[in-house]
Design a protein around this ligand. Sequence first.
Ligand code: PEP
Ligand code: MN
Length: 337
Amino acid sequence: MLILMHAHATNLQVDAVCREVEERGFRSVKLPGADRVAIGVLGSNPISLRDSIVNMPGVAEAVPVSKPFKLVGREFHPEPTVVEIGDIKIGDSAFVVMGGPCSVESEEQLMETAEAVAEAGGHMLRGGAFKPRTSPYSFRGLGEAGLKLLALARERYGLPVVTEVMNIEDVPLVGEYADMLQIGARNMQNYGLLEAAGRAQRPILLKRGMSSTIEEWLLAAEYILSQGNPNVVLCERGIRTFETYTRFTTDLSAVPLVRELSHLPIIVDPSQGTGKWKLVAPMALAGLAAGADGLIIEVHPHPDHALSDGAQSLTPRHFAAMMEQLRLVAAPLQRQV
Ligand code: PEP
Ligand code: MN
């Protein structure tokens, strides 16, 4: 429920309403607007409060919020959220490209990739140190040694780092090295991990689960926001369909839909989203055209020898060519790459 205060309501009246809400066992969130304050009420069945609240001094009306995701939805928060990572702003007119290997494999591989990403105009470095793999016998990442390499690459090439955290107990460790924590598709409904991410002092990249609806995904983001971390970027990374020629089906309709439903920024991962490097640039361009706030792209100097996801990785040359194409598409859309 959203309580709308009168434009001339005093701070004391706003505080009195918040107190009443809390005393009745709900959470209140003050939402200052351009000309009046609204108060969000969180909890189950908040509408039961309505009759007593509407008669309090300063209250104009109390309206039910129709969507199950409250903090993430546009109803509570109409203005778009801009997530800042150093000088980089995600959710603004700039189009932010994160590039790097699927997995951090070695110093040589990571530095070569980071240099290429920076040179081509990429804005952030990606790379997994903790890898969720379907088979326990596949390469599962270098762990902390991989995090150290990412930090070294950031120092050398000036690119902020985004990397996956798979376990609750690793959140502080990964947060020590990374500028942004990625929660992968396979963990999108790991509610303990989401809450730990909500308590972390880092922005979160929340991938869509491969079999999750948009509503489940937004409710996963709600877990993070409900713990006090407002800096969440959503990432459409493809969903499972009957199609087998692609690894996943990149659901680009999620981009304008999420934009309508939520104030959070949204980026696209056409690498996981297609599984085929030749499809990555076309879907990246389509993501920009659909209104995404950015991309996350897998790049490897020698995709044939990659320890994970080589088939969907761009070479540095293909990454640079994609960046050129993105600039051409961005200009008439008044976006900057
Ligand atoms: C990845 O980014 O390499 C990855 C494993 O992503 P997802 O969680 O989307 O599969
Ligand atoms: Mn990958």
